[in-house]
Design a protein around this ligand. Structure first.
Ligand SMILES: [Zn+2]
Ligand SMILES: [Zn+2]
Ligand SMILES: [Zn+2]
Length: 930
């Protein structure tokens, strides 16, 4: 018999074999070979989103990089030029924070900026090497020796080039505006750097005494207040207004010898339930039939005594965002401490007071704009003191603790405060940036999945102006100067050009060491006073700006890449982060999105849908999985999950993935066992028309599968490609077709048409699976290459260099054959059932002992007996099939005719004495003879 033979090992041993294979790829420059092979072809540029360079890689990184690699390998097989330049995000608070931890805060604060930056640089570079090794181990092909780092000089310069382009268009302005401020990190934070978490806050109901109460109320002779509610008592010193809903009804509540104005809808809750003033009731003016009521709009312009600074007057205004859900319907407004408040203040001419310093302490002083009685106190410290102060003055109506969602610093996890400071902003509306960016998002970029478009669209639509300044050391400076003579802020094109030149040459470190006159030259002049003493300002750019301008620093600057890029692919959190900062800088500078397509992916969670954390003990470390199971198992896992939403991974899931891996590996091994050293499609292949009918059906099937896989890859639905291939390999190949083929492969004469026909299909299957699985099982497919016939591998040594698979027949034709195969599969199910029943009764032990009488409905009968029909006995692995037309699919089994052949175990009437062999069927006799 012709038994299978291959050197391809059954056991994978990936953990051991992969590092050796990786070394061979590097030594033989497989990535460079790939670039060479497709040189001059159409480019496909997937621009790498730079991971942050702190700490080793995690499973989310692994999914990200493997997904990119799968896409690039697929596009490279299409013959496209696929340069992949990995990058790292190097600046920013997290690294500076590590350095601060290392030095201790006191020493850190005493260390010169240049030295801190040096330490940050070192830290980033060390971590990049660590991450790079992790990414390479996963089998990701790319230009690893020439990555992009946001700390490179050219990147520093690109930061300012983009800044200048937007500055020239009038999109960048300096303004005093409340921003999220972390008093621990001493910096402004962007919306993307904020995490919301529950926080217990003191909530207080406070009476502000009116100076000019409405006449109907003043006539009562009682003092009249407006009752406000706030969860941040420390912002009361900065109060300058009270906002009401313009159309809501307000009433006056009489309690304790005072009248309190507040929303009608809330008064009982506040006075009865919270303040426990059971006898509080609505005030009815003398002679009136109904209690007093007014709309918010009627009360605009009313003034009150400031709750802390008695000689200060506040004003009642209205605002659309005032709701009647919580509080009193009268919103304490401190424009220096809130965004809504700020806009209301601007609109209504309320003073913008901000009495809190960088550390979150009140300025010392007595007047409005200082902490007054709370001078020098921290905001948290001041809260209870302010409540005490109000209680003593009798203006505290009620107090209770509430639990609510509150913004926290992404880095130090402390609650943030809103604080109006002088910052640099990108205006979303002044020059139409928002509108243009939205147009790009909605009409000029392809989003995968499609609904990601709405997500980023809504974010761009609603986002406030982008605060781009930070008060830290480790970043690219905002290129502004202050005149030492007159205090003027100075920025103009000549200066920006000089700074760009400086950064190109020496990098942004020079900003902190070189004197402005040394690089500004003629431009070193104050336009206001004509002085020449300019001081470089100390704000740096938001780190999202750094990574955001990589389209300029990398895609546009590196000749092998292209701008706009064909694709960005990152986690869905980048809708707030990199997708958006890239979009805004690119649209801002050039009017176009930096990407033609964006793939957004979900997060990696554990098997129960929980976040991974050390304390839960559910962290899957990709480095460890590589060392224990192999990178191909992680790659297969990535391919198996729907990355467009959150995905799960744990040890059990990895074990299942490992089982799936074995099914693919065994299939490769089976194919190689019948081909290696004995068949090459170019020499031995049988043309489609001459294939045996069953083999034609299988070629048709693989053509259909290939079309499906191709479509899935093209839509970046790896899990659909995986599922299609897995089902094909397991349910059709292993369990049906390959099993049915064994008789022919093992028993027919080598070189016979029957065997060559089967091998031809096996070679097609091998060629197809090598290419379809190469993006996923990159190491294993590469391993298969060494055993595969040259004709199945384009004569290549490395799987990465393969061309995409082209099926031998057209899909239309395949679909016609497919109908026959579908009918045969349906009948097979009925036949298998009949055989199993007979086996259960003990009538037969093997399917070969069986002869089948089967019935099929007219349509199926026509297909199964038509000119595309196959040998059903071979397909079902029985001795004979007698098919008749019937009502429905049905089958009966009876003993096979003839005797068992000792060689092939088939029951044949021809079995007997042939050419000196006893008990051999005629077919086997002929094979033995040959
Ligand atoms: Zn912080
Ligand atoms: Zn000046
Ligand atoms: Zn035989």
């Amino acid at each position: 018999m012709n038994l299978p033979k291959t050197g391809f090992p059954m056991r994978a041993g990936l953990a051991k074999s992969e590092p050796a294979r990786l070394a061979a790829w590097n030594e033989n420059h497989v990535y460079e070979q790939l670039m060479k092979k497709n040189e001059g072809h159409k480019k496909f540029v997937l621009h790498d989103g730079p991971p942050y360079a702190n700490g080793p890689i995690h499973i989310g990184h692994a999914m990200n990089k493997i997904s990119k690699d799968m896409i690039m390998r697929y596009h490279a097989m299409q013959g496209e030029q696929t340069p992949y330049v990995p990058g790292w995000d190097c600046h920013g608070q997290p690294i500076e924070h590590k350095v601060e931890e290392k030095l201790g805060t006191a020493k850190f604060n005493a260390t010169p900026t240049a030295k801190i930056r040096e330490m940050c640089h070192e830290f980033a570079v060390e971590n990049i090497e660590l991450q790079k090794a992790g990414f390479r181990r996963l089998g990701v092909l790319g230009d690893w020796d020439h990555p992009y780092l946001t700390l490179y000089h050219e990147h520093d310069a690109a930061d300012i080039e983009v800044f200048k382009a937007m500055f020239d268009k009038g999109m960048i302005y300096r303004g005093r505006k409340p921003v999220h401020w972390c008093k621990h990190c001493h910096t402004a934070l962007a919306e993307a750097e904020i995490e919301y978490a529950d926080e217990v806050s003191p909530s207080v109901f406070v009476r502000f005494e009116l100076i000019d109460a409405p006449e109907a109320l003043a006539a009562s002779g009682l003092p009249v207040d407006v009752v406000i509610w706030t969860t941040t008592p420390w912002t009361l010193p900065a109060n300058s207004g009270v906002a009401l809903s313009p159309e809501a009804d307000y009433v006056a509540v009489e309690a304790g010898g005072r009248l309190g104005i507040m929303a009608k809808a809330l008064w009982e809750k506040v006075f009865h339930e919270v303040a426990h003033l059971e006898d509080a009731r609505l005030f009815t003016p003398a002679g009136a039939a109904e209690p007093w009521v007014a709309q918010g709009a009627d009360l605009v312009g009313t003034t009150y005594k400031h709750p802390i600074f008695e000689d200060v007057t506040g004003t009642v205004v209205t605002a659309d965002y005032v709701t009647l859900e919580d509080g009193t319907g009268c919103v304490h407004t401190a424009p220096g401490h809130g965004v809504d408040d700020y806009y209301t203040g601007m609109r209504c001419n309320l003073p913008i007071i901000m009495p809190v310093d960088d550390d979150g302490r009140f300025y010392v002083g007595e007047g409005y704009g200082t902490g007054g009685p709370f001078s020098g106190m921290d905001t948290d410290e001041a809260n209870p003191k302010i409540i005490e102060f109000l209680a003593e003055r009798g203006t505290l109506l009620a107090e209770k603790k509430i639990n609510h969602s509150y913004p926290h610093c992404w880095r130090c996890k402390n609650p943030t405060i809103f604080r109006a400071t002088d910052q640099w902003f990108v205006s979303m509306d002044e020059t139409g940036l928002r509108e243009q960016a939205l147009d790009q998002v909605l009409n000029h970029v392809a989003w995968y999945p499609d609904h990601a478009k709405n997500r980023i669209g809504a974010m761009v639509e609603q986002r406030p102006d982008w605060c781009i300044s930070r008060q830290r050391n480790w970043g690219v400076p905002i290129p502004s100067f202050t005149c030492a003579d007159c205090g003027e802020k100075v920025m103009n094109d000549a200066m920006l050009d000089a700074v760009i030149a400086l950064f190109k040459e020496k990098g942004s470190d020079a900003w902190f060491t070189d004197a402005p006159e040394s690089y500004l030259g003629e431009a070193c002049v104050c336009p206001k006073c004509g002085g020449h003493h300019l001081k470089a300002d100390r704000d740096i750019l938001d780190v999202w700006w750094d990574s955001g301008v990589s389209w300029k620093a990398v895609c546009e600057n590196r000749p092998e890449l292209a701008y706009p890029a064909d694709m960005y692919l990152e986690g869905s959190d980048q809708h707030r982060g990199w997708f958006q900062s890239s979009l805004l800088t690119s649209v801002g500078a050039n009017g176009v999105a930096p990407y033609k397509a964006v793939v957004s992916q979900g997060f990696t969670l554990d098997g129960q849908g929980r976040k991974m954390s050390k304390s839960l003990g559910n962290v899957i470390d990709p480095n460890k999985v590589c060392d224990e199971m192999g990178a191909d198992i992680i790659r297969l896992w990535v391919a198996s999950v729907d990355t467009s939403s959150d995905v799960a991974i744990d040890h059990e899931i990895l074990a299942r993935t490992s089982d799936a891996y074995r099914r693919f590996r065994n299939t490769f091994r089976f194919l190689l066992g019948e081909l290696e050293g004995q068949f090459d499609p170019e020499r031995d292949g049988v043309p489609f028309e001459e294939l045996l009918p069953l083999d034609k059906l299988m070629v048709a099937r693989l053509t259909q599968v290939q079309a499906e896989v191709d479509d899935a890859y093209r839509g970046y639905e790896f899990n659909r490609a995986y599922r299609t291939l897995y089902d094909f390999v397991v349910t059709e190949l292993s369990n049906v077709y390959l099993d049915a083929l064994k008789d022919r492969l093992y028993c027919e004469r080598p070189g016979s048409l029957a065997r060559r026909s089967a091998q031809t299909v096996l070679a097609e299957l091998l060629s197809m699976l090598l290419r379809d699985l190469q993006p996923i099982l990159s190491f294993t497919c590469d391993e298969v290459m060494a055993y595969a016939p040259a004709g199945c591998r384009d004569g290549q040594t490395y799987a990465a260099l393969l061309e995409w698979y082209e099926a031998p027949i057209a899909l239309d034709e395949a679909n016609r054959y497919g109908e026959v195969l579908d009918a045969a599969m349906e009948l097979r199910g009925v036949v298998t059932k009949a055989i199993e029943d007979a086996r259960a009764e003990g009538t037969f032990t093997k399917s070969q002992e069986v002869r089948v009488r089967a019935w099929a409905p007219a349509e199926a009968y026509a297909l199964l007996t038509g000119d595309m029909a196959c040998d059903l006995a071979e397909f079902f692995i029985v001795s004979e099939v007698e098919l008749e037309s019937g009502e429905e699919f049905a089958a009966e089994v009876e003993p096979a005719r003839g005797e068992r052949c000792d060689r092939c175990w088939n029951y044949r009437e021809s079995t007997g004495e042939h050419g000196g062999h006893a008990h051999i069927c005629a077919r086997c006799a002929e094979a033995l003879e040959a």
